[in-house]
Design a protein around this ligand. Structure first.
Ligand code: NDP
Length: 485
């Protein structure tokens, strides 16, 4: 925890009210936290625990999260402005993540290599990667942290978690639970503060072995550049501009309903949001009219408003970014069919509410189609053929997720396989499982979270060769050997 710097006011995105005060770290705190993590790792106080013992600790954290779930959901909801019910779903997913990695830990074993020699024991062993800097975003603060913390703990790493400066409360609670579960001192460390004061120094320090980061593309690039100086391992999840493709032969009721959820859930502040709608020309008018009708009916409101369907943007700064994105979209010719501006509802003026927005008449050359807005804005493009929509769907620097809607399963599978994105849903949008890898192609990132690969990110792979019957190598002649020896 931070000790000696200033105190930050955490304010509600819903109405600006004070949520809590948190202490923030200084550069010295960062150095101390790295030193603590390094010392704990190098001493083997936790890394030397068996897989079974570490799995038990991770499972214990899951139990404690379950015990405190309601309290944590309130904290998450207050910091992010999302509805309490959504925060509750997030906490349930966090618990599943810890349970999954506890189970994964129990499945780990050395891999025996067939050396072809019966006196050789050749095996691949998996060791914790070391000290990890885990840097998270504000949209799903605890969930994104859990995708990093749970595998790091299962693997035997020591870590320093840096949540977004805007949403620290659930991370504070998690670290208390990890301590309560019995993690040795120095294994789990928390640093609160900004990216500049806390995040950047973590990525520069040679005592850190791995950085796992979720956030924006430009920050990801900066981290990768910095990490190169000390050759750290880097795992990045950098968002996406995700194509949601609807063919004319799809179940349009399901496709339209899911398209609305895909983009307007959590006011679009979701890395995998379906922000790029690609609609076959013959159904364009019907699909778009229906999405506009549905968007206009969405009820915005704060965490305590039981009738609300989605909440505010995270901050005034983020609202400003979205307003700038909108101005550029209009300037480059997008047709604003609904939304496009801050909500005018009087009771929402103290918060950062933006109307669900539909932009029609878009094409891939437009910035609004290429840039991630991270807000409740969907761009609409039309297509005529399967080949065209594959090309359009791949015409982005990103590659995180996408969906294909069609009742022709062979066509849907062809398109799904041709799309260069890390997750593709067919006739669905959004589900994920801790058992399945999550991550991006291209500029959406490097590495994978969740699934067996999500644990592997936190492990070094060592080849251990043991000769049980040592003999001379016989390669070089000994000086006392004669020519014929
Ligand atoms: P950032 O990428 O700026 O921040 C993500 C995390 O990185 C935060 O904890 C932040 O700290 C930290 N950070 C910032 N700069 C550095 C640095 N130089 N070195 C190390 N850590 C750093 O995201 P934002 O919160 O500003 O959001 C910007 C955009 O990122 C969004 O509009 C959206 O496009 C995208 N985003 C993507 C997410 C995803 O899931 N892929 C999630 C959230 C955002 P702090 O903010 O506390 O200063």
């Amino acid at each position: 925890m931070a000790s000696d710097a200033g105190v930050r006011e955490i304010r509600s995105p819903h109405d600006g009210s004070l949520v809590t005060l948190v202490p923030e770290a200084t550069g010295l705190d960062v150095s101390d936290a790295i030193a603590a993590a390094r010392a704990s790792f190098d001493s083997g106080v936790y890394a030397s625990w068996s897989w079974a013992a570490r799995s038990a600790l991770v499972a214990k954290v899951a139990d404690l999260l379950e015990r405190d779930a309601a309290e944590i959901a309130i904290k998450e909801s207050n910091d992010t402005g999302k509805r309490l019910i959504e925060a509750g779903y997030d906490v349930a997913d966090v618990i599943s993540t810890f349970r999954y990695f506890a189970e994964q830990g129990l499945l780990q074993h050395d891999r025996i290599v067939a050396s072809g020699l019966d006196y050789i024991d050749s095996r691949i062993i998996y060791e914790p990667v070391g000290v990890c800097a885990l840097i998270g975003p504000w949209n799903y603060p605890l969930l994104q942290a859990s995708w990093k913390v749970a595998p790091a703990l299962a693997a035997g790493c020591s870590f320093i978690l840096k949540p977004s400066e805007l949403t620290p409360s659930s991370a504070i609670h998690l670290l208390q639970l990890i301590e309560e579960a019995g993690a040795p001192a120095g294994v789990a460390n928390l640093l609160l503060g900004s990216g500049a004061v806390v995040g950047a120094p973590l990525t520069e320090d040679r005592r850190v072995d791995l950085i796992s980061f979720t956030g924006g593309l430009s920050t990801g690039k900066a981290i990768m550049t910095t990490a190169a100086k000390t050759v750290k391992k880097v795992a990045l999840e950098l968002g996406g501009k995700n194509p949601n493709i609807i063919f004319a032969d799809a179940d349009l009721g399901a496709a339209i309903d899911n398209a609305v959820t895909a983009v307007f859930l959590h006011s679009g502040q979701v890395c995998s949001a379906g922000t790029r709608l690609l609609v076959e020309r013959s159904i364009h008018d019907h699909v778009v009219a229906e999405i506009v009708r549905r968007a206009r009916a969405i009820r915005l409101g704060g965490p305590q408003d039981l009738s609300a369907e989605t909440g505010p943007l995270i901050s005034q700064g983020h609202l400003k970014k979205i307003e700038e994105y909108m101005s550029r979209a209009v300037a480059e010719g997008a047709h604003v069919l609904t939304g496009g501006k801050r909500s005018a509802r009087p009771e929402l003026q103290a918060g950062w509410y933006f109307e669900p927005t539909v932009l029609d008449g878009c094409s891939t050359e437009m910035d609004c189609v290429q840039e991630e807005s991270f807000g409740p804005i969907v761009t609409v493009e039309v297509f005529d053929t399967e080949a065209e929509v594959i090309s359009l769907g791949n015409d982005t620097i990103y590659g995180l997720a996408g969906a294909v809607w069609s009742s022709d399963s062979a066509k849907a599978q062809r398109v799904a396989r041709a799309l260069r994105h890390g997750t593709i849903w067919v006739n669905d949008y959004g589900p994920y499982r801790p058992q399945a890898e999550w991550g991006g192609f291209k500029a959406s990132g490097t590495g994978r979270e969740l699934g067996p690969t999500g644990l592997l990110e936190y492990l070094e792979i060592k080849h251990l060769w043991t000769n049980n019957s040592p003999t001379l190598s016989g390669w070089f002649k000994k000086p006392d050997q004669g020519e014929d020896a």
